[in-house]
Ligand binder design. Structure first.
Ligand code: SF4
Length: 327
């Protein structure tokens, strides 16, 4: 892999689920969780993926790693296509891209000690002698800020923040080039959240890691991301460098998400774009622009014609008939 090759490249990723229906599958419908998503992440880069619950952002992370099988599309890790790989070849490639789940407690085996949890991937991939594995576990514990004696503890003996650290140590065990992180800040208090996020940023510097950071907390995404992609009903509607997205958002949906974030400075103001209506069902998404049923500036064309994601020379992409830049 040369320095220009993206660590992760996703093209036209689609994940539909068949739902409902009676005998013989009659009347089954397609839930369009992810509907043609494309992005890439360079070495040492963080892409934040945001959107309301049900927008498909979590499914993107799982489909990238083929934890759920994509309906169609292409995913390349360090320049090598992994869609279509058999399970043995895929297992080898997965070493390079690890995942940190949003609920560290449910993703850690309660019957294993913390040391065993971090060592397990090294055993599974038969990497190093047992003594070398234990040395690596000790190094990782120190690096994520856990005490050596905590290797003998079980997950229930850790606080929420410590379990996050444990999940990070496990994800780092195989020396990946990229990590998909699911972030659920509400489970942790604010100072603990900040420590975990800062730890991830330090580790990124130290190990040159790339992150796909999936979250709905825009404040955290702004802090950690180099670029941000905003999803709505299975599609990316805006993607841009962090400053461009937060300071000069173009898509009406991005504006509405940012308007809903509390502004910390008393004199700071944000344009108020208040969303009306509920998020439509991904089983029966609106025709044309999927956002037209809630968009405050929709015009007739929006109901019929789906806007493509147009990316300008600066890399700012917008899917909107009225706000798209000239590519
Ligand atoms: Fe709103 Fe139309 Fe733009 Fe969609 S295409 S975001 S409905 S203005």
């Amino acid at each position: 892999m040369n320095a220009e090759t993206p660590v992760l490249q996703v093209r036209d990723l689609v994940k539909h689920y068949s739902v409902g229906g009676g005998f013989f599958g009659r009347g089954r419908k397609q839930l369009r969780a992810v509907d043609g998503v494309s992005f890439s992440i360079g070495q040492g880069e963080t892409l934040g993926l945001v959107g309301e619950s049900g927008c498909g952002k979590s499914t993107v992370g799982k489909a990238v790693l083929r934890l759920v099988e994509p309906t169609s599309g292409h995913v390349s890790l360090e320049g090598e296509e992994i869609t279509g790989l058999g399970s043995a070849a895929l297992r080898g490639r997965r070493k390079r891209m690890q995942v940190i789940f949003q609920d560290p407690y449910s993703s850690l085996n309660p019957r294993m000690t913390a040391g065993e949890i971090v060592q397990e991937p090294l055993i599974n991939f038969d990497i190093g002698s047992r003594a070398e594995q234990r040395d690596r576990v000790a190094m990782l514990f120190a690096r994520v800020g856990l005490r050596p004696d905590q290797r003998a503890n079980y997950p229930h003996e850790f606080s929420g923040g410590q379990r996050q650290r444990l999940g990070i140590a496990r994800a780092l065990a195989l020396g990946p080039s990229g990590i998909i992180g699911y972030y659920q800040g509400a489970a942790l208090d604010v100072s603990v959240q900040a420590q975990v996020i800062n730890l991830m940023m330090d580790l990124q510097q130290e190990f040159g890691l790339s992150y796909l950071f999936v979250a709905h907390d825009l404040g955290v995404v702004e802090h950690i991301s180099h670029r941000v992609a905003v999803m709505y009903l299975g599609k990316i509607v805006e993607i841009a460098a962090r400053a461009a997205l937060f300071e000069t958002p173009r898509h009406p949906y991005t504006e509405a998400l940012l308007a809903a974030v509390p502004v910390s400075h008393p004199r700071a103001r944000r344009a108020r774009t208040v969303l009306t209506g509920d998020v439509p069902s991904p089983i029966n998404p609106p025709t044309g622009c999927r956002f037209h049923t809630r968009c405050p500036i929709a015009v007739a064309r929006c109901r019929q014609e789906e806007p493509p994601l147009v990316v300008d020379a600066s890399g700012h992409g917008v899917a909107c008939h009225l706000r798209a830049a000239t590519a």
